[in-house]
Design a protein around this ligand. Structure first.
Ligand code: ST9
Ligand code: ZN
Ligand code: ZN
Length: 337
């Protein structure tokens, strides 16, 4: 494990110096695990979040029923498109662009992605990226916000229902977030986050179907807003849970992330998670799933339009060497258990 991790660290340093904060340091991981045992930690449930998420799931159940039996076809299509484009705000925006710097985007494109990101309501990008950088740098330790060693449910959504482990805060404070704090688009989002997300996630998704094709406000609210929001959350959370549990590990046996085709489809192209943890600087986040990698298609189309540039990829020889030394050729290109 230790050898693999330091190799990856070296590769990241070489391929993408700006992604160095993600390089895993094996000595640090061991030290963290030792220190963690000494920190007194008592799980503290945040009942406000429990109540909100229970309510959201009741609302989503109503929305699913309406989507199947009552909604107009335009509302069904609209709900689907909101899920895909809100998803892009997470995958192409918060994840591949801002957390990993795996490509660069012009200001109009960053504004576009920030607006899409609001539809998904998953905390502002700066907070999302801070948690995500913690996740990559200290995977499966107490400094990882959704540490899978605390179980499937914790990694999936339980981590949003309890106070964070003190090590997340202590280690996370050491991350360099200056690149994001100096992006005016993200500063704007953070400053106006509450009105932006209420408008983008709930108000507009309700008003648009009513105004343009005469849907009832009741149905529009439960389908395009509530159900779609809840569904997008689970699709995202599955990357932290299912894509760390069920699948193959062609690139690195020593880590928990796997290749999982279901999450690739649900998360518009993000399920090549063993690849992604091994090569976090690669904007494709997977090697084989172009077919379902809608996020990559979006980024490539934006590049053709000149909105995106400097897309980073890892050379095939480096991938081959990694597979030979630390992964498994037979599992390559397979995505499920
Ligand atoms: C949501 C996010 O769902 C989901 C993210 C998933 C990530 C998946 C990644 C997978 C790869 C990409 C795939 C994408 C696929 C997309 C598919 C789409 C189709 N570092 O938070 P507080 C400090 S959000 C450093 O209150 P508590 C810091 O000082 C859902 N420091 O901690 C902070 O103050 P400030 C909607 C940190 O009290 C202070 O602690 N949102 C860090 O323990 C207090 O922070 C919600 O439900 C860090 N990492 O509470 C909200 N973290 O911020 C849920 C904290 O001022 N959140 N600090 O610097 C909460 O209510 C709370 O955060 C809490 C913890 C209860 C969970
Ligand atoms: Zn990532
Ligand atoms: Zn992960």
């Amino acid at each position: 494990t230790v050898k693999t991790r330091s190799n990856i660290a070296k590769k990241i340093e070489k391929d993408a110096p700006e992604a160095q904060y993600l390089a895993v340091n094996p000595d640090e991981i061991t030290k963290l695990q030792e220190e963690s045992k000494k920190i007194p930690y008592k799980r503290e449930i945040v009942w406000r979040n429990v109540a909100l998420f229970v309510a959201l799931h009741f609302g989503a159940a109503i929305g699913l029923y309406q989507l199947i039996f009552e909604a107009k076809w335009q509302t069904v299509i609209f709900t689907f498109l909101l899920y895909v484009f809100g998803g892009f705000g997470i995958t192409a925006g918060a994840h591949r662009l801002w957390s990993h710097k795996s490509y660069k985007a012009t200001t109009p494109m960053r504004i576009f992605l920030m607006l899409l990101n609001n539809i998904a309501l998953q905390n502002d990008v700066i907070e999302w990226a801070r948690d995500h950088r913690c996740h990559h740098k200290w995977t499966d330790t107490d400094a990882d916000p959704h540490n899978t060693t605390r179980g499937f449910f914790f990694a999936h959504m339980g981590w949003l229902l309890v106070r964070k482990h003190p090590q997340v805060k202590e280690q996370g404070a050491k991350l360099d977030m200056s690149d994001l704090l100096s992006d005016p688009v993200l500063v704007f989002q953070r400053k106006h986050y509450f009105p932006l997300v209420i408008l983008s996630c709930f108000v507009l998704p309700t008003i648009i179907p009513v105004y343009f094709w005469g849907e009832t406000a009741f149905i529009a609210f439960y389908t395009a807003a509530t159900f779609r929001y809840c569904f997008t959350l689970h699709a995202t959370w599955c990357i932290n849970s299912a894509a760390h549990y069920f699948g193959y590990k062609p690139y690195d046996h020593s880590v928990s992330p796997v290749e999982n085709v279901f999450t690739t489809i649900a998360a518009v192209g993000e399920g090549g998670h063993n690849f992604h943890h091994t090569f976090p600087q690669d904007y494709r986040t997977s090697e084989y799933s172009l077919k379902y990698n809608w996020t990559r298609v979006l980024i490539d189309v934006a590049a053709t339009l000149g909105l995106v540039y400097d897309r980073k990829t890892v050379a095939d020889e480096i991938i081959d060497r990694q597979v030979n030394n630390h992964g498994c050729e037979i599992q390559r290109g397979k995505s499920m258990m």
